[in-house]
Write a protein that binds this ligand. Structure first.
Ligand code: ADP
Ligand code: MG
Ligand code: MG
Length: 210
């Protein structure tokens, strides 16, 4: 039935890496206009490590797949490295031990990861950071779990919520991170961290059933 197993988690990450690579220049440009322009390079470094780690390891369960992603981000520079690293760590822990995960476990992991990012970075929704996409994605997954939806349907909802959250950063003035130094000048620029969160959840869609 509709669970996230190791194969599906790996496919999700592979698709995420591909999508990121196509969007890399665009994300770098967003960070160039609002920050220091290293976002694409930071994420690229992390995702190169993920690909290498997953090739060597034989992850047993989606928790181990996301654990490899976590370690790769934690070893990467920039503000986004440790924050995504902690987010994936919580997700990994929530799924630890199981060969597959349902919507409830995913919702719990995404909620815990998002809480960790908020605790570490101090950002709230509306501060124009990745939190603007993470929080609606977490809420959408929680609602989907409550309605008894499967993983594919739950992740589709999370993707729509994350994309809407990322789009909502246009027109906002950043109150956290480097973009807050630029203020009004970068108001029309989407937050690259929030856009990456949308790409991540959208990448879950491919290869799953209806
Ligand atoms: P740096 O500013 O160190 O160059 P990156 O370019 O790696 O960082 O990452 C920038 C992204 O990090 C932003 O797009 C934003 O989403 C996220 N970010 C920055 N500060 C915070 C924070 N305090 N809380 C949450 N996310 C943040
Ligand atoms: Mg940067
Ligand atoms: Mg930087």
């Amino acid at each position: 039935d509709d669970l996230l197993d190791t194969t599906a988690a790996r496919r999700w990450i592979d698709t995420f890496v591909e999508r990121f690579r196509s969007a890399r220049e665009e994300l770098t440009d967003l960070d160039r206009r609002s920050g220091d322009g290293d976002f694409g390079t930071n994420v690229d470094t992390a995702l190169d490590r993920v690909a290498a780690a997953l090739e060597k390891a034989r992850p047993a369960g989606p928790g181990e797949v996301f654990g490899a992603v976590s370690r790769a981000f934690l070893h990467t520079g920039g503000t986004s490295g440790p924050l995504f690293g902690m987010w994936f760590r919580e997700l990994s822990h929530a799924l630890a031990g199981g060969p597959s995960a349902g919507t409830g476990a995913l919702a719990a992991g995404v909620a815990e990861g998002t809480a960790a990012v908020r605790r570490l970075g101090g950002a709230a929704v509306g501060d124009k950071t990745m939190v603007d996409a993470l929080v609606p994605a977490a809420e959408a997954l929680r609602a989907a779990a409550g309605e008894g939806l499967g993983v594919a349907a739950g992740l589709r909802r999370a993707a729509r919520a994350a994309r809407a959250g990322a789009e909502s950063t246009r027109g906002l003035r950043a109150r956290r991170g480097r973009a807050s130094y630029v203020g009004e000048a970068a108001q029309d620029v989407l937050d690259p961290g929030a856009v990456l969160v949308a790409l991540f959840f959208e990448a879950a869609g491919t290869g799953h059933g209806p």
